[in-house]
Design a protein around this ligand. Structure first.
Ligand SMILES: [Zn+2]
Length: 115
């Protein structure tokens, strides 16, 4: 499952981002995920719940911030949101597009409790 390795990488990144000995203080992890269909938020959530304990993050919840896929048409210049992976300009029907957002996957924020 692709989501599992992605989740492992994210949690390793959390481990490297938090000062030593403070991992148990992490309460929330915010992750920005592009909705290009490569990663399913439900699966990410499932994997996260399954393995967070191994990373010392049992007390932390994950919030997924979904980033819509947007593109700009190279033919007519329209910017629009790509719905259901239909990579066609909604104005002129061109398939010549520049994808602007929707491929993201990164750790956006870590929220720690005060000691
Ligand atoms: Zn167009």
């Amino acid at each position: 499952m692709h989501e599992l390795s992605v989740t492992q990488e994210l949690l390793e990144l959390v481990g490297r981002s938090v000062p030593q000995g403070q991992l148990h203080l992490v309460r929330e992890i915010k992750v920005r995920v592009g909705m290009n269909g490569h990663l399913l938020p439900d699966s990410l959530e499932f994997c996260y719940e399954a393995i967070k304990g191994e990373f010392g993050l049992s007390a932390a919840r994950m919030e997924i911030i979904k980033i819509p896929v947007t593109a700009r048409c190279k033919t007519c210049g329209l910017r629009f949101e790509v719905q259901e992976n239909r990579y066609l300009c909604s104005a002129c029907g061109s398939s010549s597009l520049t994808v602007l957002t929707g491929n993201e996957l990164h750790l956006s924020e870590l929220i720690l409790d005060d000691e």
